[in-house]
Design a binder for this molecule. Structure first.
Ligand code: UD1
Length: 417
């Protein structure tokens, strides 16, 4: 298994291009199932989760043409299997995103249940509840969600909590349903908006995306479209946290600062100087960061996907930060590893109290999820001495060429195979 070896203590300096957003690309790839016409996507990041999704779609019969530079054309004209098998779903929960499109277009779907995962239970009951409200017959059989419907019917659906992939699944399903669907308590995340924009380009009738009430008038069929995936706000935020921890100056090109308000606010609180244009961010950090607490919440609040990275920054800050994780119940797996590097962190339920130390010391560490791994890389870049981050296949799920991008900023970081 690959590892990253980092020699810390060097400020980061230079320019990085932000990749396309993983969490926008995943539902958008699945949306190709909604039409028999070709869908052409640009700015698709080269990530393990994207590879998994393409493998899943390929097995169903989607024709895929993946070109250099992040251009992917998909054509779901000849689908021979409406099924997502366990061996793919278990490696990537987002595979559940094929459920809505398959059911809407073919009237049937069989998708393995994802089961537990490293960051908590993460059930899919809201996806199922919503589709059932749209007149689908759904049963759980041998670990699979087995769903059928002659044609989905529009419905008014209020989810018990805000769920990002739940909103996306129901949004896709509703585009081909008979009648009007209203999604209340919908997720407002930019990735949901990006999906809605693709669906509209495909001929869907959608209003209210980006708010918590999305209204969809079902249409008879959708057609082909070309769409560019939005920039990855979490990747961009991760690089900014790294520079805030090590000191230095960075320019992010191809970024979407308009989607990063909560993260940029926190980094300014920590003492970072930040200037933004429509698609770039320039940020510099000199001296020790100030402690900056946060409470994770749905968009536009502080993203749970940035919690581990902001914690890594706080381990080195002056003062004490209180961080509260409100979205997932078990998302502090990075804490033990950061403590092994000398961080002072106390956990009490959903809350972490982080008291900054003068310096971290390099160590061999391992993380069990994507963003936790990113926080260990940040800590390693800022620590004194050598850090080895093990099991970086988690990082490869969601960061495109992370070590190459960091090397370009002057980091001493290498992959060991
Ligand atoms: C998505 C993102 C993930 C991010 C998360 C929260 C993708 C591919 N992944 O995950 O990176 O961390 O949003 O911003 O976009 N829940 C239920 N029942 C459901 C659905 C969700 O109880 O049917 C709960 C979850 O356990 C969690 C909360 O709702 O506590 C929010 O989860 P959700 O927004 O669904 O996360 P994902 O869409 O899986």
């Amino acid at each position: 298994m690959d590892k990253l070896r980092i020699v810390g203590g060097r400020p980061l300096q230079g320019e990085v291009r932000v990749s396309g957003a993983k969490n926008a690309a995943l539902p958008i790839l699945c949306a190709s199932l909604l039409t028999g016409d070709p869908i052409t996507l640009e700015n698709v990041p080269d990530l393990r989760d994207i590879g998994t999704t393409l493998a899943l779609l390929g097995r169903m019969g989607v024709q895929i043409d993946r070109q250099a530079g992040g251009r992917v054309t998909l054509c779901a004209a000849d689908i021979n299997r409406q099924e997502a098998p366990y061996e793919l779903v278990k490696t990537m929960r987002a595979s559940i995103l094929v459920l809505g499109p398959l059911l809407a277009r073919f009237g049937q779907a069989r998708v393995s249940l994802p089961g537990g995962c490293a960051i908590g239970q993460r059930p899919v009951d809201q996806h199922i509840k919503g589709l059932a409200a749209m007149d689908a017959e759904i049963r759980i059989e041998h670990g699979f969600v087995v769903a059928g419907a002659e044609r989905l019917r529009g419905a008014s659906i209020l989810t018990d909590m805000v769920t990002v992939t739940g909103t996306e699944n129901l949004l896709m399903a509703a585009t081909l349903a008979h009648g009007t669907t209203v999604l209340e308590n919908a997720a407002c995340e930019p990735e949901v908006v990006d999906l809605a924009n693709l669906l509209i380009a495909m001929g869907a009738d959608i209003e209210g995306h980006g708010t918590d009430r999305i209204v969809i008038q079902g249409v008879e069929r959708l057609h082909g479209a070309t769409h560019r995936i939005i920039p990855d706000r979490i990747e961009a935020g991760t690089f900014l946290c790294a520079v805030a921890a090590t000191g230095g100056e960075i320019t992010l090109q191809g970024a979407a600062p308009g989607t990063m308000g909560a993260t940029l606010d926190k980094l300014r609180e920590a003492g970072m100087k930040i200037a933004c244009g429509p698609n770039w961010i320039r940020a510099s950090m000199h001296g020790r960061p100030h402690a900056t607490g946060c409470r994770t919440s749905e968009y536009p609040g502080f993203p749970t996907d940035m919690q581990a990275q902001i914690m890594a920054l706080n381990t080195l800050a002056s003062g004490t930060a209180v961080i509260t994780e409100n979205i997932f119940e078990n998302r502090y797996m990075h804490v033990q590893e950061l403590q092994r590097m000398g961080a002072d962190i106390e956990i009490d339920g959903h809350t972490a109290v982080v008291t900054g130390v003068e310096s971290l010391s390099g160590a061999t560490v391992m993380a069990t999820d994507l963003r936790a791994s990113a926080s260990l890389v940040i800590a390693g870049l800022a620590a004194q001495g050598e850090t080895t981050v093990e099991r970086i296949y988690h990082l490869d799920r969601g960061y495109e060429r992370m070590e190459a991008k960091l090397q370009a900023l002057g980091a001493r970081i290498h992959r060991i195979q």
